[in-house]
Every structure is written in structure tokens, then in C-alpha cells.
Design a protein around this ligand. Structure first.
Ligand code: COA
Length: 497
């Protein structure tokens, strides 16, 4: 029965099939859909759109919170529905279409999309498609396992389609905190002063007459694709735990550390997992994605509170956690991504941000997005929101990729997402480089000594030594700066033969 989940009875007559709801979406429109790192995404209307595209011209701009699950990005790409996509994706088929130049991908800081919409620098949003676990007596939309950009999409859109997902537990109600910042340039300070602060409402407030259709769904979120910790990610976690312990012993942090953020991916999840055995307690998280490690830390009694924008779990963890999600009430809060990733709040709380680099260079510039400076991987996501504003901006990566044929630490990154001014600490399995207060020449020495794999260390030292002879504040040999990448393209390995 779904009617008990639509508590405003006047909306009962709005229930239609996904195909009927999808008819509200026409060629050329801009759609704002729920979904953040595979959680809480719209699951039926996008598939109906893809089917329609088989018989009619249908291309849209699709905005979401972040990446989608249930192969929605793949299906929409294969159906040729996507003209533009933002602000993040992580689908291999869409990735290829982006790199072929067929889909215009706008890679944005996750906190910024709705600011641009609200100030009409982008948009307008024609239709919002939002997954909900319930609709309140006043017509408020209760989101599910993510909020992402859903609140602002719903508030700004001309029409709203609600996907009421009966598999999403009603216990999620009360775990959301929907706060919408006031207008600029006279904006009030955002009243979030601890990870636990509640600033808004437990639902998305909208005028119910703007709900044009309700679709009932029964499909679960896709599970996360993270791999379990391995030897190298455990070593990375070990270096980081030792570093944080030193920060505590030197009086720069307390045993509860500062609120933690960890980005998507296997390495960041493994690093948080490593804190289970660390000497810290009463931890808090102020993050965007809450992964398996969040719940492992809760269950180990190490974590007191987690604030995020989505809950993205592996299949096993999803089956274990979702049915008892109510037991985490009071310890967990989901916020719009503009608040979970807000520079003002991140700076205020002194967040410790841990994100993954695709590659970094000997001066500490980080590339999170572009292979060989050209091929998009996923997008910058929230890493820039956190890195620029964190108390400690930490980047982790394995020192090698592709079976050692690639060194993740190179003379010069081929694309810069996080520049040397934003990066405090770099960690690979070989060691940790604490870059705080160091000049570029010192940063290079520290990074090469600690983070470069022994198989590439002499090569990096040789590059730096010869660059130093040329002089400069940040010495480089411009004609050689990308020679490692070129060698990989030409020979299949960055190692000279
Ligand atoms: N050059 C080329 N390819 C590289 C590479 C390099 N220097 N380093 C890693 N790769 C490849 C890996 O081989 C792997 O390829 P595969 O999918 O073919 O196996 C892929 O990149 C992913 O690397 P992996 O080691 O599995 O790391 P991950 O799952 O932790 O993802 C990022 C790493 C950087 C792609 C991911 O963290 C990301 O997209 N970050 C940007 C967004 C972000 O940080 N958000 C934070 C807040 S959510």
C-alpha cells in the first residue's frame, strides 16, 4: 500500500505510471533529478524517458546531486537522451561518451550547482524528479538515502515528479535537515556550528500544487562498487593514523580529532576503516558520502555522529544497515549538498578532509579527474569544496597504477584540480608528506622522499636535481615535465626501458 505514504490525501489522484509522468519531460528541457553517489536516485522516470527516445527526438540537460545508480546514466547515454550532464558522474559508458565529445559534461564543485541555479546563472529547471519515502500532510517531500540537490531542484522547478519508493524505509523520515541559505548579498550565517546542528526542516517544503505526478517504485539503490581494504590501502591508513596521533600528541588536535570527511572510492573508505583500530574516540563526521566505514565506526563505538548528504553502501552493508536504519536516528543527519559541502561550514568546523588523487606532482598539485590531462574519469565532486577550506586537506593515492606502469607521483600533473596552495598532506603506501609551511623546493624533497615508489624515486630525484640547476621558485624542466606521460603513451610504461 502506498497511500499511507502520501499523507496529503488530495495528492492521491496524482499517481500515474512512469511513462505518463515522463510525458511531462520534452525535448530540450532541463531536468533536476535526485541521486547522489548511487543513493536516493530516481529509478523509473529516467528509464521511461530512455524508452521514449527510441521513437522520438528527446535530448535533455540532466542535473543531479552526483553519480547515479541502477545504470541510469548508462541507459540514458545509450538512448542518446543526454545533451548535457552535470555536476558529477561515475559511469563507464557515459564517461566514454563525454570523452568522445558527445555529451557536454560540466564538472562542478558539488556545493555550487544550486547557487548557480538560484542566482539564474544557469537554468531554469523545467522538471524535478525526486525520490521520496513519504509525502507529509502539508505536501512536503521526505527524501530517501540522499538529499543532494533535490531540495533546490524541487523548489525551483516548474513541475515536480515524485518517485515514491516503497523499498526505502519510513524510518528515514526525521534523518534529513533541509536548510536553504537566504539570498545573497545579505545572506545570514548558516546556523551549522557542529556536525550535529539542525538548521532546517525534515522534509523539502514545497507548494503541493506543483507536484504534477507521483510514480510508485520498488527498486532498491544500487550498491557501492568499493573494494575491501588491501595491503596498500592499509599502509596508507596506517601512515595517516600515525600522523593524526602525532597531531594529538603535539596538542594540535584532541583525541576526538576534528569532524572527518572522506571522499568516494576504495582508498578513502579504507582509510576511515583504519580508524577503527586507531587511538581516537568520540569521532564525528562532516562529510558528503557516508560509506560502509561510517557504519563500521558507529558499530565499533568510535563514532558519535555523522552528517552527510547520502548513504552509499556495499550490497552486504546495505542489507544489514537499511532495515535497522532507525537505530541510527539521533546519530545521523543528511543535508543538502550545498550545506554538507559548504565552504563556510567546512572552515568553521575545521574539517579534516581526506580525498583521493588520481595523480599528484612533486610540488603537491593534485589531479583528481583527468587521465593524461584529457580523459575525464568522474569529476571533481566535493573534493575541491573540502580541500580549499579544510583544517587539514589530505590527499591519498597508491604510489603506482596499472601494475606499476604508471607512477601516481609525476614531475607535473597533466591537469590541476587542487593546487599546491590547497594541499596540506599527501599519503601513499610508501609514506606521508607533511607539506604544511613548506616552500616548493622543500615540498618536492619531502614528497619524493616519502611518497614516490622506490621504482620511480631515483627518476624523480634526477628530474628535480636538474630542475634546481635551472632555478626558479618552483623549478621545472618544461621540455621534460610531461615526459613520463608521453613515455607511457608511447611505450606502455612510464619507466625508461
Ligand atoms: N593514471 C591513470 N589511471 C589511473 C591513475 C593514474 N595516475 N591512478 C589510478 N588510475 C586508474 C586506476 O587504474 C583505476 O582504473 P580501472 O578503473 O581501469 O581499474 C581507476 O583509475 C580508479 O582508481 P582506483 O585506484 O580504483 O581508485 P578509486 O576508486 O579510489 O578512485 C578517483 C580514485 C580519483 C578516480 C576517485 O576518488 C575520484 O573520482 N575522485 C574525484 C572525486 C572526489 O574526490 N570526490 C570526493 C568527494 S565524493
Amino acid at each position: 500500500m502506498y497511500r499511507d505514504r502520501i499523507r496529503l490525501k488530495s495528492l492521491w489522484g496524482k499517481v500515474v505510471t512512469p511513462e505518463e509522468a515522463a510525458l511531462l519531460i520534452r525535448d530540450g528541457m532541463t531536468i533536476g533529478m535526485s541521486g547522489f553517489t548511487r543513493a536516493g536516485d530516481a529509478k523509473a522516470v529516467p528509464l521511461a524517458l530512455a524508452e521514449r527516445a527510441a521513437t522520438e527526438q528527446l535530448k535533455v540537460t540532466l542535473m543531479t546531486g552526483a553519480s547515479l545508480g541502477n545504470d541510469v546514466d548508462r541507459i540514458l547515454t545509450e538512448a542518446g537522451v543526454l545533451a548535457r550532464r552535470l555536476p558529477f558522474q561515475a559511469d563507464p559508458v557515459l564517461r566514454k561518451a563525454i570523452n568522445r565529445g558527445e555529451v557536454m559534461f560540466v564538472d562542478q564543485h558539488l556545493s555550487e550547482t544550486v547557487e548557480l541555479l538560484r542566482s539564474r546563472q544557469m537554468g531554469p529547471v523545467d522538471v524535478a524528479v525526486i525520490e521520496a519515502c513519504a509525502i507529509t500532510e502539508t505536501g512536503g517531500i521526505v527524501p530517501t538515502t540522499s538529499i543532494g540537490n533535490s531540495a533546490t531542484f524541487a523548489i525551483l522547478a516548474e513541475k515536480i515528479i515524485v518517485e515514491l519508493n516503497l523499498t526505502q524505509p519510513l524510518d528515514l523520515e526525521g534523518m534529513h535537515d533541509v536548510y536553504i541559505p537566504t539570498r545573497r548579498p545579505f545572506r545570514e550565517p548558516i546556523p551549522v556550528v557542529t556536525a550535529e546542528s539542525r538548521a532546517g526542516l525534515p522534509y523539502i517544503p514545497i507548494d503541493p500544487s506543483r507536484i504534477a505526478a507521483i510514480v510508485v517504485t520498488r527498486k532498491q539503490d544500487s550498491s557501492a562498487t568499493i573494494l575491501p581494504p588491501d595491503g596498500e590501502t592499509r599502509q596508507i591508513a596506517g601512515h595517516l593514523t600515525e600522523f593524526l596521533d602525532r597531531e594529538v600528541r603535539q596538542g594540535r588536535l584532541g583525541r576526538s580529532l576534528n569532524p572527518l570527511q572522506a571522499g568516494i572510492g576504495t582508498i578513502a573508505n579504507a582509510v576511515l576503516h583504519g580508524l577503527i583500530d586507531g587511538p581516537f574516540h568520540d569521532l564525528t563526521m562532516y562529510s558528503e558520502v557516508l560509506q560502509d566505514s561510517t557504519f563500521d565506526l558507529f558499530d565499533a563505538g568510535k563514532l558519535n555522529f555523522a552528517s552527510g548528504s547520502s548513504i552509499t553502501l556495499s550490497a552486504g552493508k546495505y542489507a544489514e544497515v537499511l532495515p535497522k536504519i532507525g537505530s541510527y536516528k539521533g546519530r545521523l543527519l543528511l543535508r543538502p549538498q550545498e550545506i554538507s559541502n559548504h565552504p563556510e561550514v567546512i572552515r568553521r568546523l575545521g574539517v579534516i578532509g581526506i580525498n583521493t588523487a588520481l595523480e599528484c606532482d612533486i610540488y603537491g598539485n593534485v589531479n583528481s579527474t583527468h587521465v593524461n590531462g584529457t580523459q575525464m574519469m568522474n569529476g571533481i565532486g566535493g573534493s575541491g569544496d573540502f580541500a580549499r577550506n579544510a583544517h587539514l586537506a589530505i590527499f591519498v593515492t597508491k604510489s603506482l597504477a596499472k601494475d606499476g606502469k604508471i607512477s601516481s607521483v609525476v614531475p607535473m600533473v597533466t591537469h590541476t584540480d587542487h593546487n599546491e596552495h590547497d594541499v596540506d598532506v599527501l599519503v601513499t603506501e610508501t609514506g606521508l608528506a607533511d607539506l604544511r609551511g613548506l616552500a616548493p623546493r622543500e615540498r618536492a624533497e619531502t614528497i619524493i622522499r616519502n611518497c614516490v615508489h622506490p621504482g620511480y624515486r631515483e627518476l624523480a630525484m634526477d628530474y628535480h636535481r636538474r630542475a634546481l640547476q635551472r632555478g626558479g621558485h618552483t623549478p621545472h624542466l618544461l621540455e621534460e615535465a610531461f615526459s613520463w606521460h608521453l613515455r607511457y603513451q608511447q611505450t606502455g610504461s612510464m619507466q625508461p626501458s
